[in-house]
Design a protein around this ligand. Sequence first.
Ligand SMILES: O=C(O)[C@H](O)[C@@H](O)[C@H](O)[C@H](O)CO
Ligand SMILES: [Zn+2]
Length: 299
Amino acid sequence: MSSVKIECVASEGYRIGESPVWDEKESALLCVDITGRKVCRWSSVTKQVQAISVDAPVSSVALRKSGDYVITLGTRFAALKWKEQLVTTITHVDEDKPNNRFNDGKVDPAGRYFAGTMAEEIRPAVLERHQGSLYTLFSDLSVVKHFDQVDISNGLDWSLDHKTFFYIDSLSYSVDAFDYDLQTGKIGNRRSMYKLEKEESIPDGMCIDTEGKLWVACYNGGRVIRLDPETGKRLQTVKLPVDKTTSCCFGGKDYSEMYVTSASDGMDKEWLSRQPQAGGIFKITGLGVKGVPPYPFAG
Ligand SMILES: O=C(O)[C@H](O)[C@@H](O)[C@H](O)[C@H](O)CO
Ligand SMILES: [Zn+2]
């Protein structure tokens, strides 16, 4: 076994750090601060964070084939030009639900941007239930709704053979699997792959490694767990020095490092003084496994 090392690379104190994505071209980690309304980029070269402030909660960021980025902003899919600091709306969803916002999002292996919505939280994990839906933004900029009745639309990724879509609705405390049709982007045959144990708390963001195993960040669980989708068993637990671990991705050289985002919203003074790195970005090395590069949005 290799020895696992955890380092806080950016003590930014994000309110809800989320959606880590490795940008190979920039040797940088992209992420967002949802309630802090910022898209952030941590350079592994300069070790500095640049941030662009936006006018609504920004819940995910993804690469774009034509360069620059796409984001989910409020209930909008939008384009972000980094240098120009320019945000332009692509399309709206949930227009009948003014209290909703997007949450986690990710691009599929064919370049479609998947993202789901939720009601705005009153406090962490407390919100009006069943208000969310899961959507796909296609490369022609059309949008399809897959299903509704979602509580907190969260982590998502695809199996290495692209035949399975993994999805988390946080308040179900389950990591679900669907059959996936890469040709059409359609999903079906939903089933639960793993149910979280009590001390793992709430499942949040996730990513897949090159062995086809899933890594799930556990919100309030202070850990990432590695799951085997074939057996539905947990293979490994890696604990972090903060409780509100929100999401994870692989990055760095050959995608051999794992990056984990975290949140500080909902923590009182005493809790924050025990965990001063809450809201920081963490780098985990020595896992002995690599990740899959992120797919860029094809539109
Ligand atoms: O990070 C996210 O995906 C949500 O926006 C957060 O608010 C937490 O997940 C949620 O509070 C835990 O259930
Ligand atoms: Zn999340």
